[in-house]
Design a binder for this molecule. Structure first.
Ligand code: ATP
Ligand code: MG
Length: 417
């Protein structure tokens, strides 16, 4: 037997019902919030991720699926969604008019990670990007939108962690201070952090190995190294979050695992026990330099990405999800009745009624059982004798009441029911 690759999973049965519900909510809410759908390729030029996510981030150094195609092109399965959206924004010249562009995506991502609870190698992210606005109202929309969506999905104990990375200049000043502070402790940091110290010291704050050490707990605060402008901007973000009734907690060590962020960064954390160490369900931030870095015009942007599998996991704790009952189950025995069954099913389905019938040669008695298993609300019991008189038998599966309906009025009758 051939089995699925490590770190991947099939979505079936209950999981599929949860996924459908989540996707339905995503599509609804993105419409309410005025986001347009974007779909970009699952693989992109490898360089795209090196230039955006960052050459010495965990994602690029350890986690990408890189391959060459038959013409020796260097390609990478996308580990995240923002890089592709920004590439598309530039390539399709979406800038210029109609700013800001508000886009959302929902698709699979690939990271070579150690699989575990809420951590897969193929996983799904839903995310939004607002391209072309530096207004703090966009920062708070991108934070509050997933927050409210998760609440609607039934999440109760959500926590927003927020931080301000400031401008590039602010970060340079902070990096210097951070390196000075860390210098005497270098030997106590993990091997990766020793490398990060030179190339990308901010990354040390995101280290999963050292995160609970006293050294990292006492680092200088990035918020003390910011210009007045950055500080005021952050104050405004927090003020607007208050207006929208979003609870938050400022976390001065939050830096996120990707290189392109500046100013506001945030995570939404769920306290559902089942998530364990995978409690961050969405994360994002502002990336004002990325479009320019990829060759487009200077365009301030803000976005987030949310792990769909983590939502699915947490939903287990919150509700029982059941398949919607079938509207109609159509029963037949002979060939004449069968032809009526398949045509009637088609007509009902085209009229917005869910309908099905047996295709495995079940006896009439087993068809009744199958109808119950599908929680069918109405049973259409065809028989040649009635059909010859132009009549169709409809039985309410709950009250058991039976009605004979004129064949010409059957669709209207069922729809009205
Ligand atoms: P983590 O700290 O959990 O590794 P991350 O910083 O790598 O997360 P992002 O790159 O910001 O995560 O991705 C945004 C969201 O996507 C995460 O908050 C999480 O919900 C989800 N996610 C990230 N990696 C995985 C994965 N391997 N499997 C499932 N979901 C994931
Ligand atoms: Mg990660």
């Amino acid at each position: 037997m051939i089995t699925k690759p490590k770190g991947t999973y099939d979505v079936i049965d209950r999981e599929a019902l949860k996924l459908k519900k989540i996707n339905r909510y995503i599509d609804y809410y993105c419409e309410f919030y005025n986001y347009d759908l974007i779909r970009t390729p699952i693989f992109e030029a490898r360089e795209l991720f090196h230039r955006t996510v960052g050459d010495d981030t965990d994602i690029v150094t350890k986690e990408t699926y890189d391959f060459k195609d038959r013409s020796d092109r260097e390609l990478t399965l996308r580990p995240e969604g923002t890089a592709g959206v920004v590439r598309s924004f530039i390539e399709n010249k979406m800038y210029g008019s109609n700013m800001p562009r508000k886009l959302y995506y929902n698709g699979t991502m690939y990271r070579y990670e150690r699989p575990g609870n809420g951590r897969n190698r193929e996983f799904t992210q839903f995310g939004v990007e607002i391209l072309g606005s530096n207004d703090v109202a966009t920062d708070v929309e991108v934070i509050s939108m997933p927050y409210r969506l998760f609440e609607e999905l039934g999440f109760k104990n959500l926590n927003v962690k927020i931080n301000n990375l400031g401008s590039k200049e602010d970060r340079e000043a902070y990096k210097k201070a951070l390196k000075e502070y860390l210098k005497p402790h270098l030997d106590d940091l993990c091997e990766d952090c020793k490398k990060r110290y030179e190339n990308n010291p901010l990354r040390i704050l995101d280290c999963k190995v050292d995160k609970d050490s006293d050294i990292l707990k006492n680092v200088p605060s990035i918020l003390d190294y910011q210009s007045e402008e950055s500080t005021n901007r952050f104050k405004k973000v927090l003020e607007y979050l208050n207006y929208l009734d979003i609870d938050y907690e400022v976390d001065k060590t939050l830096v996120r695992g990707l290189d392109y962020y500046d100013y506001t960064v945030f995570e939404i954390v769920s306290s559902e026990n089942i998530l364990g160490g995978a409690s961050t369900i969405a994360a994002g931030g502002r990336y004002n330099d990325l479009v320019e870095k990829l060759g487009g015009p200077s365009t301030p942007c803000m976005g987030f990405a949310c792990g769909i599998e983590r939502l699915m996991l947490a939903m287990d704790e919150m509700e029982t999800i059941e398949k919607r009952p079938l509207d109609c189950y159509i029963m037949y025995v002979n060939e004449e009745e069968k032809i009526k069954a398949i045509t009637l099913a088609q007509d009902l389905r085209m009229s917005g009624v869910s309908a099905d019938y047996d295709t495995t040669g079940r006896s009439l008695k087993s068809q009744f059982k199958e109808a119950d298993r599908l929680h069918a609300e109405l049973l259409i019991i065809l028989n040649s004798e009635d059909l010859n008189k132009g009549l169709i038998n409809v039985k309410d599966n709950l009250t058991k009441e039976e009605t004979k309906v004129d064949e010409n009025e059957i669709i209207d009758y069922i729809v009205s029911r």
